[in-house]
Design a protein around this ligand. Structure first.
Ligand code: ADP
Ligand code: NI
Length: 220
């Protein structure tokens, strides 16, 4: 006989293997190690905030499977995640909760809905934290390179407002992305523990930019 805890551990392990297999070779910033970091952050924040461990870990593991860049469309992705959760016999109320978290999560240029549960807040915070700090800087330059963008071009202006399509498709630069997204993320943190982590990561972004522009002008 499995205990409830063991069953959940088995479901988590199976889901890890499923996600690793699906994201193998992903180069759009959603590789397995992004998921690994979001899962670890989610576990740490969940513990501090008293959120449900199983829901947070499962939503963290599956949060990018439904991304339109990976699944083709968000609807298809959500359907696929539902089928996966049913196939490993996750309880219906947990499936509903996990799907509601991942369908509300993506940033999409800033035009997005608020999370309605503490577990959703935890995983959204973890995903946003992985976009800032040293890791966030690395991901931004990697993504920009993969998209053929320059790291910086003083002639390409920072966009103040943009639609989801503009956010995805218009030309920008790695450094512009700091102003268009990264520096805004700290203000959107839901939980107090994530806010603390975000403050440190945000300060790191600012000192990186100061050094970058100093070097750009040959002042440093
Ligand atoms: P999300 O789905 O959470 O919005 P994205 O898929 O937009 O994340 O981005 C994946 C990673 O690539 C993130 O670290 C993000 O900051 C970075 N990124 C996204 N868009 C750009 C861009 N236009 N220029 C540089 N980096 C980007
Ligand atoms: Ni993500």
């Amino acid at each position: 006989m499995y205990s409830g805890v063991n069953m959940k551990q088995t479901m988590i392990k199976k889901t890890e293997d499923f996600v690793k297999e699906k994201l193998h070779g992903e180069s759009s910033g959603h590789d397995w190690y992004h998921i690994y970091r979001v899962k670890n952050l989610s576990e740490n924040i969940a513990e501090k905030e008293g959120a449900d461990h199983f829901i947070c870990v499962m939503a963290a593991l599956l949060h990018d499977i439904a991304d339109e860049k990976i699944a083709g469309s968000e609807e298809k992705g959500i359907q696929e995640v539902r089928q996966w959760l049913e196939s490993i016999s996750v309880e219906d109320h947990c499936i509903t909760h996990i799907l509601s978290i991942i369908s509300t999560m993506s940033f999409k240029g800033g035009n997005q809905a608020e999370m309605s549960s503490i577990e959703g807040m935890v995983v959204q915070d973890a995903d946003r934290l992985d976009a800032i700090g040293a890791i966030g800087i690395g991901r931004t330059f990697a993504y920009s390179g993969a998209k053929g963008q320059l790291m910086y071009d003083p002639e390409i202006p920072v966009r103040e407002v943009m639609t989801k399509e503009q956010y995805r498709n218009e030309k920008s630069t790695a450094v512009n992305h700091f102003y268009e997204k990264l520096l805004k993320l700290k203000h959107g943190m839901n939980t107090s523990y994530a806010k603390k982590l975000a403050d440190d990561r945000h300060a790191f972004l600012e000192s990186f930019l100061e050094q970058f522009f100093g070097e750009w002008e040959g002042r440093k």
